[in-house]
Design a protein. Structure first.
Length: 367
């Protein structure tokens, strides 16, 4: 398997293991690389590995440990917990950097595309870092955000280039996260929104809900339990996707309410199109998917995740979607907010910017 395919560039793609969003937004990037006739290899573990292998069963996969961040039940506990784990995360970054040296020597990669994995750069091989968080939001004030940005850029500047999945000027989705006053020293390219979904002509079902559960534990399960308690009182149909690609045990469905542990991209695309409203986390990859399909939604930020809390507020101000806090969540409250919200028309998204960035990247490798 390590024999290189004649004339093909061998590219390694590896997403971070914080939730599924980093893996799902790599899907259109992988498709674009395959369209350029690249020999694409993937790396990761756990749920991210399961998801990507379901989407790309034909591609080689290397096992790579994630950062394995543990999350708390409370917002404050989450922030303090991540700070306590900073030393372990730093060790994980060093470990993946050493891992990369070994696999490059063994498999002879021509380039690396890392979605938010800080250690996947190499002094002799082009490496692209994908992130929408050039500015990391903090609950501890501006001084801490400046400090976090310095740490963030110290890692990013070790890469060859940085790709930001957002538009440079109009129709921004990530606001200040992707458009800080100061950029990294390496070339930054805004590659537009990344979504694995396509807008198709599908009739939405009146009052049909799609509820997308996601995020780190225990917050995913806390929201799932609230949803299960609530959904039995809902008088129309609903589909609930649990965000558990690794799970074996199923929650029984009824004629009105269907449960899925996970749905492959094609089926989830159809379910999103059918829904009259989508209830989901304000994770950036989820937001990009909703934007791509131009669907009505209401967002629930993961407690303590400052990025999601910022995005929820920013997107409400932009008339993209209302939000409701997890502690306040009920389906009736959520739908009341949806019915009273002035949604701004969303024309979907094209992937031309991303495809052009990849075309230019491949051309530079062939020089």
């Amino acid at each position: 398997m390590s024999e290189k395919k004649s004339g093909k560039l061998r590219i390694l793609v590896a997403p971070l293991d914080w939730g599924l969003g980093h893996a799902t937004r790599c899907i259109p990037v992988i498709h674009a690389l395959l369209a350029q006739d690249c020999d694409v290899w993937l790396a990761g573990e756990g749920a991210q590995k399961t998801l990507l292998q379901q989407e790309f069963p034909q591609l080689p996969f290397l096992d790579l440990e994630g950062y394995r961040v543990k999350y708390a039940k409370t917002a404050l506990g989450l922030m303090l917990g991540i700070l306590k784990q900073a030393g372990r995360i730093k060790k994980a970054i060093k470990k993946e950097h050493e891992w990369l040296k070994q696999v490059i020597a063994q498999y002879h990669f021509d380039a690396i595309i890392s979605d938010n994995r800080y250690g996947l750069h190499h002094k002799n091989i082009p490496a692209v870092f994908i992130t929408h968080q050039l500015q990391i939001k903090s609950p501890f004030g501006k001084w801490s955000e400046r400090w976090l940005q310095q740490k963030n850029y110290a890692y990013i500047n070790q890469f060859t280039a940085c790709w930001v999945p957002d538009h440079k000027s109009e129709n921004q989705l990530a606001g200040a996260l992707s458009h800080p006053l100061i950029l990294p020293n390496v070339p930054v390219t805004y590659i537009g929104r990344l979504s694995r979904f396509e807008k198709k002509e599908v009739n939405s079902k009146p009052e049909h809900l799609l509820i997308l559960l996601s995020g780190p534990e225990p917050q995913r399960s806390i929201l799932e339990n609230k949803t299960i308690n609530e959904i039995s009182f809902y008088k129309s149909t609903a589909t609930i996707v649990r965000g558990l690609p690794d799970a074996v045990q199923l929650i029984p469905s009824t004629n009105m309410i269907r449960f899925f542990n996970h749905l492959p991209a094609k089926m989830l695309n159809e379910e999103m199109q059918k829904a009259s409203c989508i209830i989901a986390r304000s994770g950036y990859s989820t937001v990009m998917d909703i934007a791509a399909l131009g669907k009505k939604s209401i967002l629930i930020p993961t407690p303590g995740q400052t990025e999601q809390e910022y995005l929820a507020g920013y997107l409400a101000e932009k008339n993209f979607a209302p939000f409701i806090l997890q502690n306040d969540f009920s389906i009736s409250k959520a739908l009341s907010l949806v019915n009273n919200f002035q949604y701004k028309a969303n024309n979907g998204v094209t992937d031309n910017e991303m495809k052009e960035a990849i075309r230019l990247f491949i051309a530079s490798l062939n020089k």
